[in-house]
Design a protein around this ligand. Structure first.
Ligand SMILES: *[C@@H]1O[C@H](CO)[C@@H](O)[C@H](O)[C@H]1NC(C)=O
Ligand SMILES: *[C@@H]1O[C@H](CO)[C@@H](O)[C@H](O)[C@H]1NC(C)=O
Ligand SMILES: *[C@@H]1O[C@H](CO)[C@@H](O)[C@H](O)[C@H]1NC(C)=O
Length: 522
């Protein structure tokens, strides 16, 4: 049952689903309803004492003694996936993504009457993180033993497996996990600012302390919490530190964090737009996820007429504690419920499963956890996505006003066809290297992912570079708009280009490529 190679940002999904048949003509689906369902998934993942407002009624209280053996209360928070472990890293990612949506899609979420729900979902994570961060240099990073948890198939309400808690401190550092949690606190502080300034201030204090801890005591959290290794392999902590600094700068306006990001962006090699790019593919894929695919099936559980019925999820696959009150033991869970071919007794609304394979096949089988298990980190980006789409396109009453259309098999669109050309600007002080790094069909249109490398060929430092980009019809990452039409500039952390330094940006669109030229620089 172990999930080796589980990817934090749903990378496997990105490769199999997201680069497959894509669409931008979003017109058949009710994104408001999809959004509401994703909040139900987060409710189903709740650990601790559930509030009276809990809508997912098949779940009960659980994990009430988490942390007690270590003398700390770690009640609350979210279970990670189909298992009952509370992993800090994906939980922090979830809180950051929810907060990001609350900050950047405030209008849409308020319009859909979902802002309170968003804040509650954030708070279920941050209230737990506050408990997990009792001292400036201590962060409890995990509750539950991933190995023993996977030997059992039990509802969270009657867990018998170890609830060991694992912590980071100055002798056991984890800059990646502490950095990601600092980012979550800072983003949540921004999200709460207009609604509860005292809570916002508390969150910001935690964010600053955790950032100092992450920065001062450097290390990988998986070296300090080896139990997490099989589930969340960390390859470095620079992205998380930059990510935290960026959110702290946004939350505080303090130049210290901006300077930190600028000073470290180069050697740390992080740019920060990798994740936004990931979001973009989700954006293209909303309809694909909701049913516009070869299976004619929604991969968001409980949405539309056809969706996964055998989800790799302990709670969903065993009857509710309120229906079957006697406990279901470790092995009995496997024998009686996991191996059954019947549908889950509980529909876990709003869970995004791993999704189909490269051939667009989906096997609706609990044992096939790569395809049938939902995760916090995989579902988290959907909140901002559905909010944006609802705001942009409005909600469609029935959600299925037109029959499904299945797209062409995507197999042929897997191989990127890189085409590299050196434009006229070659030899000029600033050179652009343009390449196509991916392409795919969506309906009748072929979309291209263009990557442009900006290179400084001049003899002096270039700053305040302004670019003119014409014929741009799709989204763009790695450059910031200036406010003037067709004019873009380098992001704040990359104001100057030193010797030998390059800067990449990316855009996606159908049809011919955009025209990129230099407007001005100093
Ligand atoms: C704001 O946050 C505080 C501190 O956590 C909490 O006690 C209070 O109930 C919140 N107020 C509102 C209006 O939600
Ligand atoms: C998966 O899809 C391929 C290609 O469309 C098909 O040939 C194959 O039979 C499918 N496999 C399964 C197990 O359904
Ligand atoms: C540009 O490159 C030249 C030569 O490599 C270098 O001397 C100069 O400092 C660089 N300036 C910028 C802005 O990168």
């Amino acid at each position: 049952m172990s999930k080796f190679g589980r990817s934090l940002f749903g990378v496997s999904l990105l490769l199999t689903v997201l680069l497959a048949a894509a669409t931008t003509s979003a017109e058949y689906y009710n994104y408001g309803s999809a959004l509401d369902k994703t909040f139900l998934f987060f409710e189903a993942q709740r650990s601790g004492k559930l509030p009276a407002t809990q809508r997912v009624k098949w779940r009960g209280n659980s994990g009430l003694k988490d942390g007690l053996a270590q003398g700390v209360s770690l009640e609350g928070g979210y279970y990670d996936a189909g298992d009952n472990v509370k992993f800090g890293l994906p939980m922090a990612f979830l809180v950051t993504m929810l907060s990001w949506a609350a900050v950047d899609n405030r209008k849409e979420l308020s319009g859909l009457n979902q802002m309170q729900q968003t804040l509650w979902s954030i708070r279920w994570g941050t209230d737990y993180f506050i408990k997990a961060h009792p001292q400036p240099n201590v962060l409890w990073g995990q509750v539950g033993d991933g190995q023993s948890d996977h030997y059992c198939w039990e509802r969270p309400e009657d867990m018998t497996t170890s609830r060991t808690a694992y912590k980071l401190d100055q002798y056991h550092p984890g800059s990646d996990l502490a950095g990601e949690t600092a980012a979550a606190f800072a983003a949540a502080s921004l999200a709460f600012k207009p609604y509860n300034s005292s809570y916002s201030a508390i969150l910001l204090t935690h964010a600053k302390e955790l950032f100092s801890f992450a920065d001062k005591y450097r290390g990988l959290f998986t070296d300090s919490i080896p139990n997490a290794k099989a589930f969340y392999m960390s390859s470095g902590y620079s992205d998380e530190l930059l990510w935290a600094a960026a959110w702290l700068h946004r939350a505080t306006g303090d130049q210290y964090y901006l300077k930190y990001a600028i000073d470290n962006a180069g050697y740390m090699g992080g740019t920060g737009w990798g994740m936004k790019e990931c979001n973009h593919f989700y954006f293209l894929q909303a309809d694909y996820i909701l049913g516009k695919n070869r299976q004619g099936m929604s991969y968001l559980v409980g949405y539309g007429p056809k969706y996964p019925l055998r989800v790799h999820h302990r709670g969903a696959s065993i009857p509710s504690i309120f229906v079957q009150r006697s406990s279901v033991s470790c092995v009995q869970g496997f024998d009686s419920w996991y191996r059954r071919s019947q549908a889950d007794p509980n529909v876990i609304h709003g869970a995004l499963v791993g999704g189909p394979d490269q051939n667009d096949n989906y096997s609706d089988d609990r044992a096939n956890y790569e395809q049938s298990e939902p995760t916090l980190s995989g579902t988290a980006p959907l909140v901002g996505l559905f909010a944006k789409l609802s705001g942009k396109l409005g909600s469609y009453g029935g959600g299925y006003s037109k029959p499904y259309q299945t797209t062409k098999p995507p197999a042929s669109s897997y191989k990127a066809t890189p085409t590299r050309y050196t434009p006229k600007q070659s030899g000029a002080p600033i050179e652009f290297l343009h390449s196509i790094t991916a392409n795919w069909m969506a309906g009748d249109t072929r979309y291209y992912r263009h990557k442009v490398i900006i290179k400084n060929n001049s003899q002096k430092q270039i700053s305040d570079l302004k670019l003119k980009i014409e014929d741009l019809s799709g989204p763009i990452w790695g450059l910031n708009p200036t406010g003037q039409k067709t004019t873009y500039q380098l992001p704040e952390w990359q104001k100057t280009l030193r010797a030998g330094q390059t800067h990449d940006f990316v855009y996606v669109q159908g049809g011919p490529q955009a025209k990129v030229s230099v407007l001005s620089y100093y």
